[in-house]
Design a protein around this ligand. Structure first.
Ligand code: SF4
Ligand code: SF4
Length: 355
């Protein structure tokens, strides 16, 4: 049976939860090359809740140090806005200090591997991913406009360095196909352990929403599908209806039926948890309804004039050139927009909302 740990914690007392995770999911670390991968979406302050909190990373690094790893690498490939600013993202978030000298810019060297030809014949992943004997993934408990939740499976999307993330968004084209592609990236190298920062989570229009939620938990599992099923249930979603969990289960990556997951701790639904507007659409199984909704009724992004500084970052990063400046505010061409939410993800002012 798959197991998921739910353990109380705050950022001053993360270590007991991390110790418990290693007890419940023992891995042979001594003599092994270990890659620790936090979620470093972009440069931001730790208190904004956009990235894995430095206290969680530090606790895991110190634990792995004590277990006599042969080598430790801490790294991630930040999202669209910070392709070329890997080091800056780690410094600004406080994750550089928490990495205790083990930080590496894993975007510098990549390795090309076969991918799903329905999307692209090959992709490049950070070489560090393939060099590691053990990968410990440290997702953040957050919502995501396109995948509804961003947890254990989605954290591996950061194995892709550079502009491939945006290219794949464009190639996927629909939310359903994006769900499936995220699983195809994940399966290229499945991490051994997942420790989720749910001390402070994010709700609403994630993955860079201003709506934070005090949850006070660290979650852990050695199975990403079970882990994400528990996150989904905590958010009030039915895990079996999320397309990326369906696909991960179909191809044998794990189990998202809560009856088949042993939860060690108290699994409680978070009251009135705000999921992204797209959440309902993304979990429908019917292809025809998906396409109809995609074409006719999906929310489209718009820039809030009270927050937008007209920096142009969203326009520059839109993978299908759906945004252009109208006076001093970006406007979206609804017919061109593929609803990838890259603009929302990169906006430094959190000015992109949905209508
Ligand atoms: S919406 Fe955000 S990213 Fe786009 S121009 Fe305005 S501030 Fe910049
Ligand atoms: S406007 Fe925003 S959501 Fe639409 S395609 Fe461009 S980046 Fe993606």
């Amino acid at each position: 049976m798959f197991k998921v740990m739910i353990h109380p914690a705050d950022y001053d007392t993360v270590r007991p939860a991390v110790d418990r995770a290693f007890e419940l999911f023992p891995i042979q670390i001594a003599g092994k090359k270990v890659l620790i991968k936090p979620n470093v979406l972009r440069s931001s302050k730790a208190a904004e809740g956009i990235v894995t909190h430095p206290a969680v990373l530090r606790a895991v690094v110190e634990k792995v140090e004590q277990m006599n790893a042969a080598s430790i690498v801490v790294g991630d490939n930040p999202g669209l806005f910070d392709y070329g600013a890997n080091e800056k993202s780690f410094k600004e978030t406080g994750l550089m200090d928490a990495a205790k000298g083990y930080y590496q810019n894993i975007g510098n060297e990549s390795q090309t591997v076969a991918f799903n030809p329905a999307f692209m014949p090959t992709v490049s992943l950070s070489k560090a991913v393939f060099e590691a004997d053990i990968i410990i993934s440290l997702p953040k408990f957050k919502t995501h406009g396109l995948t509804v939740i961003t947890g254990a499976i989605k954290n591996s999307y950061g194995f892709l360095p550079g502009a491939q993330k945006a290219r794949l968004h464009k190639i996927a084209g629909t939310p359903q196909r994006f769900h499936e592609m995220v699983v195809d990236v994940f399966r290229l190298r499945v991490p051994e352990l997942f420790i989720v920062d749910a001390v402070v989570g994010m709700e609403g229009n994630g993955p860079a929403s201003p709506d934070l939620r005090d949850i006070g938990l660290i979650l852990a599992s050695d199975n990403a599908v079970a882990m994400d099923a528990v996150i989904a249930a905590m958010m009030g979603l039915e895990p079996n209806r999320l397309r990326f969990l369906q696909k991960a289960k179909e191809i044998g990556l794990g189990e998202c039926d809560l009856d088949k997951i042993e939860v060690i701790g108290a699994l409680k639904k978070l009251p009135d948890f705000k999921i992204p507007p797209l959440g309902g659409e993304a979990i429908m199984e019917n292809d025809a309804i998906q396409e109809m909704l995609h074409n006719k009724t999906l929310p489209r992004p718009y820039a809030d004039p009270d927050l937008c500084t007209a920096c142009g970052a969203c326009i520059e990063q839109c993978p299908v050139t759906a945004l252009s400046m109208n006076g001093d505010i970006p406007e979206v061409d609804a017919d061109t927009c593929i609803i990838c939410f890259c603009c929302q993800e990169i906006c430094p002012e959190k000015a992109i909302a949905l209508q």
